[in-house]
Design a protein around this ligand. Structure first.
Ligand SMILES: Cc1cc2c(cc1C)N(C[C@H](O)[C@H](O)[C@H](O)COP(=O)(O)O)c1[nH]c(=O)[nH]c(=O)c1N2
Length: 224
């Protein structure tokens, strides 16, 4: 194959995948240069999309005053989320740090124009939700490219989307898919924070694979 990856290129792709982390702390105050941010957004924009719809729209949030308001929206949702747990689990949840909205010098709101006519509905007739999936693909592209650039990304979904929509002036017909914190970090943790802090463990690959017909004998569980 003329355009095959070299071994080191292949290894680099798998390394980005294996060492990508959700980053909530340790952001440096240094803003990302415009060219770097553009490379990350370009990675997102190059993602697969149903019918070549490219439904994702990106709102870069740099203003500290706006990020402060977003943090307030997060705090309210987070307090409500904590109240859904009881006893030790509530305390455990409250001790987790689940965002880096104010520390990360740039935030990114990623929205989907889910009803756009682009792509002429190819691939969306029976699964209209694929427009949203296309935006998730864009986010993952950005997340991996960021890891390769030494840039941390943290996804915050503990947020009231209606309040965020109003704050950022996002038209009603667009759907908020993600609010991301983005910035340089000194360090990427070796394992997910939620695992390190004892909230959840990773499942083994073999526990989520079946062949020819779905089997839930041990699906998602740690069947060793
Ligand atoms: C759709 C979606 C939404 C969220 C997340 C992820 C995704 C995919 N994650 C990050 C999530 O907790 C994290 O990916 C897992 O814990 C695995 O850790 P690593 O990403 O491997 O570090 C996340 N993390 C967090 O601290 N606050 C949040 O609100 C969310 N929301």
């Amino acid at each position: 194959m003329s355009n095959a990856f070299s071994e080191s290129e292949r290894n680099a792709v798998y390394r980005a995948i294996a060492t990508r982390r959700d980053v909530r702390r340790g952001y440096t105050a240094q803003p990302l240069p415009d060219e770097l941010l553009e490379r990350l957004l370009s990675a997102a924009h190059s993602a697969p999309s149903v019918g070549l719809m490219q439904p994702s729209r990106f709102i870069v949030v740099r203003d500290p005053a706006v990020r402060e308001v977003v943090h307030g929206i997060f705090s309210k949702a987070n307090t409500a989320a904590a109240a859904t747990y009881s006893g030790e689990q509530r305390q455990h949840y409250s001790d987790l740090k689940l965002e880096g909205i104010r520390e990360a010098p740039q935030n990114l709101c990623v929205v989907c124009d889910a009803n756009s006519e682009r792509g002429h509905k190819l691939g969306r007739q029976t699964m209209p939700e694929t427009s949203l999936y296309s935006t998730v693909c864009a986010i993952q592209n950005l997340w991996l490219a960021a890891r390769a650039e030494g840039v941390g990304v943290g996804w915050v979904s503990i947020i009231d989307p209606e309040r965020l929509q109003e704050l950022l002036g996002i038209p009603q017909h667009l759907v908020i898919v993600a609010y991301l914190c983005i910035g340089y970090v000194d360090h990427f943790a070796a394992e997910p924070d939620l695992e390190r802090h004892g909230w959840e463990t990773r499942t083994q690959l073999r526990s989520v694979i079946s062949y020819d017909r779905y089997s839930d004998a041990c699906s998602g569980a740690d069947c060793s």
